[in-house]
Design a protein around this ligand. Structure first.
Ligand SMILES: [Zn+2]
Ligand SMILES: [Zn+2]
Length: 288
């Protein structure tokens, strides 16, 4: 596994590579612009050039671009839906432009339970549109959510259903967020629980469709649907939960599988500490 963090592009794309290196990452994740805004100005071509050079010599990767927070591809409101699809197209285009390996999307919120299938169809149609409009090798990943309120894809079944409706097997897959899975009711604290989740992904999708882990501990209880990330080992999932998942041979054997933290970071030391704990629990670290 290759551990890493979500890093800022506040100092440009090349700056993100520097940050990731300073944190001791193997892999990293970025936003393609302001995550809380719709507007995008084009990347500075010089920055993209510097980024490519820096990335090449850093040995870092895989690289993931995370879609901003505002788009909702499950939205029943036609205006918000259209805007969301456009934003996805634009951020995916940017991910392709910088040669990112993965592009992660939250499937969003989709209205009442009885309209769930319609909501899943909207997400699938959005993903199809993105991939039809922008050719590229960047694989689009749908992330499991905590399943709060009308959020879709708290269950792996729904992620699998969206991907089934999407087709495009080569260009799509999933990102598994541990905090979201735990909040949605998958109890990773027991070995059976952690192994069971992987077995379920394997049964519904095949583990080869799992391309990325978001490794976050969880403030809320199992099944609380509370999407609040916490430091690895210090939340309700705890050290054993992460050890269960990271040492499962089906994940441990995948040398290039990225595991990205999106944990609270008051300073770079928080990220360093969380990465050290992950490496320790996976049996790869020295426990510093
Ligand atoms: Zn996540
Ligand atoms: Zn989250």
């Amino acid at each position: 596994m290759r551990f890493g963090a979500h890093v800022s592009i506040g100092k440009g794309l090349a700056g993100a590579v520097t940050f990731a290196g300073e944190l001791g990452c193997d892999a990293f994740q970025i936003f393609a612009g302001n995550p809380r805004g719709w507007a995008r100005k084009p990347f500075d071509p010089q920055d993209v050039e510097k980024y490519r050079t820096a990335l090449e010599s850093s040995g870092l990767g895989p690289v993931t671009v995370h879609l901003s927070y505002l788009p909702n591809p499950a939205a029943s409101d036609p205006q918000l839906y259209e805007r969301s699809v456009l934003a996805m197209v634009e951020d995916y285009r940017r991910a392709v432009e910088i040669g990112a390996d993965y592009f992660v999307v939250h499937p969003g919120k989709g209205g009442p339970e009885q309209e769930r299938e319609t909501a899943l169809r909207r997400v699938a149609a959005a993903v199809k549109t993105v991939l039809q409009q922008i050719p590229g090798k960047t694989i689009l990943l749908l992330e499991n959510q905590a399943g709060a309120g009308t959020e879709v894809a708290g269950r792996i079944e729904e992620l699998a259903r969206i991907l089934e409706l999407t087709g495009e097997e080569e260009r799509t897959g999933i990102c598994l967020d541990t905090c979201h899975a735990f909040a949605a009711g998958y109890d990773l604290r027991s070995q059976e629980g952690a192994a069971g989740l992987l077995t379920e992904i394997d049964r519904l999708l095949g583990l080869s469709r799992l391309h990325l882990l978001h490794l976050n501990d969880c403030v809320g209880e199992c099944g609380s649907h509370l999407d609040r990330h916490y430091h690895i080992g210090q939340g309700k999932i705890g050290r054993e939960g992460f050890r269960n998942l990271l040492t499962d041979p089906r994940l441990a054997s995948r040398e290039n599988l990225p595991g990205i933290i999106e944990t609270p970071a008051a300073s770079a030391d928080d990220d360093r500490q969380n990465l050290a704990v992950l490496r320790e629990l996976s049996g790869k670290g020295d426990g510093r």
